[in-house]
Write a protein that binds this ligand. Sequence first.
Ligand SMILES: NC(=O)c1ccc[n+]([C@@H]2O[C@H](COP(=O)([O-])OP(=O)(O)OC[C@H]3O[C@@H](n4cnc5c(N)ncnc54)[C@H](OP(=O)(O)O)[C@@H]3O)[C@@H](O)[C@H]2O)c1
Length: 337
Amino acid sequence: MKSGEMHLKRRPVGVPVAEDFALVSVDVPPPGPGEVQVRNLWMAVDPAMRGRMSDAKSYVPPFVLDGPMEGPAIGEVVASEDPGFAPGDLVFSRLGWRELFNAPAGALQHRVRGTLPPQAYLGFAGPTGLTAYVGLLRIAEMKDGDVVFVSAASGGVGSIACQIARIKGHKVIGSAGGARKKQFLLDTLKLDAAIDYKAEPNLTKALAREVKAIGATGIDVNFENVGGDHLQAALALANKRARFAICGMISQYNVTDAPTVPRNLTMIMTKSLRLEGFIVLDHMDLEQQFLADMTAWYEAGLMRQAETVQDGLARSLDAFFGLFSGENLGRSLVKLG
Ligand SMILES: NC(=O)c1ccc[n+]([C@@H]2O[C@H](COP(=O)([O-])OP(=O)(O)OC[C@H]3O[C@@H](n4cnc5c(N)ncnc54)[C@H](OP(=O)(O)O)[C@@H]3O)[C@@H](O)[C@H]2O)c1
């Protein structure tokens, strides 16, 4: 059978462009012994994929050139030569960017069909949701009364972090780019305050204004997705002993020059702050507890998935580029099935 695959043709310099990639048609033979054949229904795109397009040393190996890229996907088993999987099973894998593939059974994980929509396993009930959950509950050790500041708050991880913090009863300030996203934070996610950072000449002043408007003295938890001037503003407005969950720094992923902000790192010492970076893959021990909480919150109507969906593998690059142009809102998904 034929399958489409999105290959990396060359390593991008700065912002990735379409010419860095190629959509390739390949033949997929029947699965061999111990293998399972899967048709992907959904794949997701992540900012971390930008890191894997470069050959710089990181916590995961770089994508190979002229081969299919990898990423989270939900698919349906088509044929199986392994007793653990049967046609029709719903499976999670890291083998996105392709329509149909054979993989050893060990590369697949069963997911429950029916309770949650399949694409939720790429969003609030998948690694994206777990990232938000780990960052707030384990890394930042969010506790009663904390004021929480979330950057890239309307995105995949950010929108879930905002919802978890609201479910736990916290005051939440979110930052996102553009009037549409600011309204989403206020009207849909019901945050206490929201900042359209693209409309603010000084982000620190904007955060100070919103902190005051919600009757707070500062922030106690920063869920950092952006870095740069967002981190600088969070440091400036941090209360004593605030905790920073450093989840990502997307403002730095495509830069070719050294960053000039934050300029106020001494506040880490003067305010006794704790900044801790984390990688979700190191916290998979929380997965079962996380899935139980997320399912309960979803069924109670407290958790929803905002998503931007592109249709078909040919549009997958639009989904990926949208992460950096800010065109996406919520989780960025590609429907393949
Ligand atoms: N530590 C981990 O294990 C882990 C796991 C998953 C993700 N992450 C990190 O979490 C963050 C969010 O990832 P996601 O998958 O949920 O993506 P996302 O938030 O859905 O999409 C990225 C968003 O970042 C914002 N952005 C892009 N360039 C920016 C810039 N220069 N300045 C400010 N904002 C910018 C855009 O929103 P605006 O329109 O609001 O600018 C865009 O919508 C990323 O930093 C990612 O690397 C970390």
